[in-house]
Design a protein around this ligand. Structure first.
Ligand code: SAM
Ligand code: SF4
Ligand code: SF4
Length: 382
C-alpha cells in the first residue's frame, strides 16, 4: 500500500520500497534545457543526450513471462510488417543525426535483435560513424543469446564492441519456465562462451529477479560467474508495458539481492564507470570480479538519464515508460527533400523534442502510474 505522505510502497512482506530517490530530490535542479557545445542539447532537467537504444525488431523467439507473456503475444498478435521497419540505411541516417546531438553510445535491442536478418551489416554501417570528438561509437547489443553461438564472431568483426546477454536462471527448469519456450540454459552459456572467444568481453549478463520465481537463483548466478570476467547485473522487475501484470510485491529490491550475495561472498561498493551509469557496482573483496544491481524501482536514477529510444518503426521515445513516440520515419520517408535538407530537418526536430523532455517516470512511480498505458518493452527495447 502507498503511504500518503511519502509515496513509498509497503509490499506484502512488510518491506518499504522508497519510490523517490531522496538523494536527488534534495539536490538543486540543474540548468534547464540549454544548448551545449557542438550542437548538443540538454533537456528541461539539464540532461544531455548521450545514449541511443535502437530496437531493430519487435519480434522474439522467447516469451519471457515478464516481457512477452504468451497470453498476449500469441498467434493472433500483430507484429509489425517488414515494410514498416526502419531500413538499415534509415537507422544509420538517424544515428548520424543523434550523434551530431551528442550521442556516444548505441545499443541494439528489440525484441530479439539477432532475429533481424543480416544485423551484422547494420553494425558495419554504424561502426565508421564518429562522435564530434572523432571517437568511435560505443556499439553494444542486448540479446537472449539463442543464436549467439553462431553469430558472435561475425558481429564482432562487423564492429560490435560489447554484448549483454539476458539469463534469468542457471537452473534449467526455472529458465525454461521463464522463457516459456522451453529454451535450455546450456545454449545460452554456449552463446556467452562464443562471445568471449570473439573478444566481446567483459560480457554483461542481465538477470531480471522476480519474487517467487527466481530469487533463489541470485546466489547460484553470482557464484557461477564469479571469477569469469563476466559481470552479472541483477535487475529489479519493472512495470514496463501493460501486459506483464506487474505487482510491487513481485519486485525483489536490489538491497536484498546484495544482501543475499554478501552472505556468501564479501562485497564492497565501487564507483560508477561514468556519470549516468545505470547499474550500481559492487566488487568481491577477494578480487574475483564485480556484480551490478539495477534498481529502477527501489532507487530511481532518472536524474542522470541520458537515454533516448528509437522504436523499430522509427519513433523516438524519451523514456522507457512513455506512452507515445515522435515519428521520425515520417520525416525520412515523407518529406521528398534532398538528403541535406532532410538531415537539417531531422536535426532540428530531434533538438526540439529532446530540449522539451522532462520525463522521470521512475521517480514519480506510484500505484496510480502502474496502470497507465505504456509502450511494451519488446517494441521499444530494454
Ligand atoms: N531480447 C533481448 C534480451 O532479452 O536480451 C533484448 C530485448 S529485452 C526487452 C532487453 C532487456 O530487458 C532484457 O535484459 C530483459 O531481461 C529486460 N526486461 C524485459 N522486461 C523486463 C521487465 N519487466 N523488468 C525488467 N527488465 C525487463
Ligand atoms: Fe524476448 Fe528479450 Fe522480451 Fe525475453 S526479454 S521476451 S528474450 S524481448
Ligand atoms: Fe530514464 Fe524514464 Fe527510466 Fe527515468 S524512468 S531512468 S527517465 S527511462
Amino acid at each position: 500500500m502507498p503511504n500518503a505522505s511519502t509515496g513509498n510502497i509497503t509490499c506484502m512482506t512488510g518491506r518499504v520500497i522508497p519510490l523517490i530517490d531522496v538523494r536527488t530530490t534534495l539536490l538543486p535542479p540543474r540548468m534547464p534545457g540549454e544548448l551545449l557545445a557542438h550542437g548538443e542539447v540538454a533537456d528541461r532537467l539539464g540532461r544531455p543526450l548521450r545514449d541511443l537504444r535502437i530496437s531493430v525488431t519487435d519480434r522474439c523467439n522467447f516469451r519471457c513471462t515478464y516481457c512477452m507473456p504468451k497470453a498476449v503475444f500469441d498467434s493472433n498478435y500483430r507484429f509489425m510488417r517488414h515494410a514498416d521497419l526502419l531500413t538499415f540505411e534509415e537507422i544509420a541516417q538517424l544515428t548520424r543525426s543523434f550523434v551530431r546531438h551528442g550521442v556516444e553510445k548505441i545499443r541494439l535491442t528489440g525484441g530479439e535483435p539477432l532475429l533481424r536478418k543480416d544485423l551484422h551489416k547494420l553494425i558495419a554501417m554504424l561502426a565508421p560513424i564518429k562522435t564530434h570528438d572523432g571517437v568511435e561509437l560505443d556499439i553494444a547489443l542486448t540479446t537472449n543469446a539463442s543464436v549467439l553461438a553462431r553469430k558472435a564472431a561475425q558481429l564482432a568483426s562487423a564492429g560490435l564492441k560489447r554484448i549483454t546477454v539476458s539469463l534469468d536462471a542457471l537452473d534449467d527448469t526455472i529458465f525454461r519456465r521463464m522463457n516459456d519456450v522451453d529454451f535450455p540454459v546450456r545454449d545460452v552459456l554456449s552463446g556467452i562462451d562464443a562471445a568471449a572467444a570473439a573478444g566481446l568481453s567483459p560480457i554483461k549478463i542481465n538477470m531480471v529477479v522476480k519474487r517467487g520465481v527466481n530469487e533463489h537463483e541470485v546466489v547460484p548466478m553470482a557464484r557461477h560467474f564469479r571469477g569469469s570476467g563476466h559481470i552479472v547485473r541483477f535487475i529489479e522487475y519493472m512495470d514496463v508495458g501493460t501486459s506483464n501484470g506487474w505487482r510491487m510485491d513481485e519486485v525483489v529490491p536490489s538491497a536484498e539481492v546484495v544482501q543475499r550475495i554478501a552472505a556468501d561472498f564479501a562485497l564492497e561498493p565501487i564507483g560508477a564507470n561514468y556519470p549516468g551509469e545505470v547499474a550500481e557496482r559492487w566488487r568481491y573483496r577477494d578480487g574475483q570480479g564485480e556484480i551490478g544491481v539495477i534498481s529502477s524501482v527501489s532507487h530511481a536514477f532518472c536524474r542522470d538519464c541520458t537515454r533516448a529510444r528509437l522504436s523499430t518503426e522509427g519513433k523516438l521515445y524519451l523514456c522507457l515508460f512513455a506512452n507515445h513516440g515522435h515519428d521520425l520515419r515520417a520525416l525520412l520517408r515523407g518529406n521528398g527533400l534532398p538528403a541535406s535538407s532532410a538531415d537539417r530537418q531531422i536535426d532540428s526536430t530531434i533538438a526540439h523534442i529532446w530540449s522539451g523532455r522532462a520525463d522521470r517516470y521512475s521517480e514519480q512511480r506510484s500505484e496510480a502510474t502502474v496502470t497507465t498505458p505504456k509502450v511494451e518493452m519488446s517494441y521499444i527495447g530494454g
